[in-house]
Design a binder for this molecule. Sequence first.
Ligand SMILES: *Cc1c(COP(=O)(O)O)cnc(C)c1O
Length: 448
Amino acid sequence: MSNQDWLSRSTQAVWHPCTQMKRHERFPLVPIASAQGAWLTDFDGKRYLDAVSSWWVNLLGHGHPRIKQAIRDQLDTLEHVMLAGFTHRPVIELSERLTALTGLGHAFYGSDGASATEIALKMSFHYWKNNGQAEKCRFISLENSYHGETVGALAVTDVPLFSATYAPLLQKALRVPTPDARLAAPGESASDVARRAAQALENVLAKRAGEVAALILEPLVQGAAGMAMYHPDYLREARRLCDRYRVHLIADEIAVGFGRTGTLFACEQAGIRPDFLCLSKGITGGFLPLSCVLTSDEVYRAFYSDDVRDGFLHSHSYTGNPLACSAALAVLDTLQEEDILAQNRDKAARFSHLLAPLAARDDVRHFRQQGMIWAFDVESPRGDFAQAFFAAMLERGCLVRPIGTSVYFMPPYCLQDDEMQQLADATQQTLDQLSRSESGATSQPALP
Ligand SMILES: *Cc1c(COP(=O)(O)O)cnc(C)c1O
């Protein structure tokens, strides 16, 4: 079967996510037959360098032998058992390991990132309710935040393209300014922007803390905002203010956890511990859906009672799936035993060096890097920049999906030097090409 055969069958039968399906009349889907390392291969044998880790989930590379083996081994003993009333080795070991790494002693599981957000929001509210403060039922999130797209998570997500349509269904969250370092006024440092944003947060807390259960944020990098990066001072201030005003801090590390920002968890760079830590995406190396919310003894104790209604009565059918937990254990083993984060530091330095000419271009603004994430904004008159850039990069054998005019790379950690070079060259050529060609298309909102 060729690409073309799969294409028509897919558009007939599959409703693709985050997509205006009619666009596929002009921009065909890419049917993928196999993947290995940083590469995807289609049914006609063309290869694509996966520079976005398949929507940020693939951590160590496709087809990673150790993760595959862990899933195979688990498959021979136990594929799944319900986690209410039952337990099993992989979920116990994973919970112990995550606790040791985060200092948060209790792990609650879900399947996708959005379900982790839902769990954290519900748990936070329920904690206050069990403590006789049911009026603390609102949430604060940041401008340009993204925490998932189920109805609860969408309420704390500030991406109008995703949320505006569903506004009548959503709880009204309180929104505070983003500490995005790109907002620095002349002479202002990233830390100044962070402090300014923290002051705005304090103003809201001073007035509203009595009705607020939690502040939810993406530590260091707001992914769906186009990889907006900010100074860790904001996290330190947020922690201090949440303590002072008695509001939970929920750290959504669904995208930035597991070494993405250079440390195993982004919060480490601010030396803070959240009350809830949401993990997903890279947790299984991009092999299987799994999410986890870690929380403190204090939160856990508020649910521990003789009354069943004080308990956290929330569940998903696949909670703590053994295959997914085994994949996650293999990821943690690999990160530790192969000292991947130290290797990433050298890798990141080399890639940043290769990208220096790109950063120096006249049409490139705000070149930024944090761990294994690189991003920059392109000054382009084209309304269809994201789509045109994506298509032109695909021609050159690279998968890069800009968010608006923000181009970013979030590659699997297995990325090699020759692949970095290829990505840098293809990006230069594509920017040159797009600056020469006129835009035929009208402006359309860009999807991540
Ligand atoms: C992707 C993401 C989510 C949602 O995860 P899904 O698995 O797509 O539901 C939530 N928060 C952040 C920061 C994310 O990047």
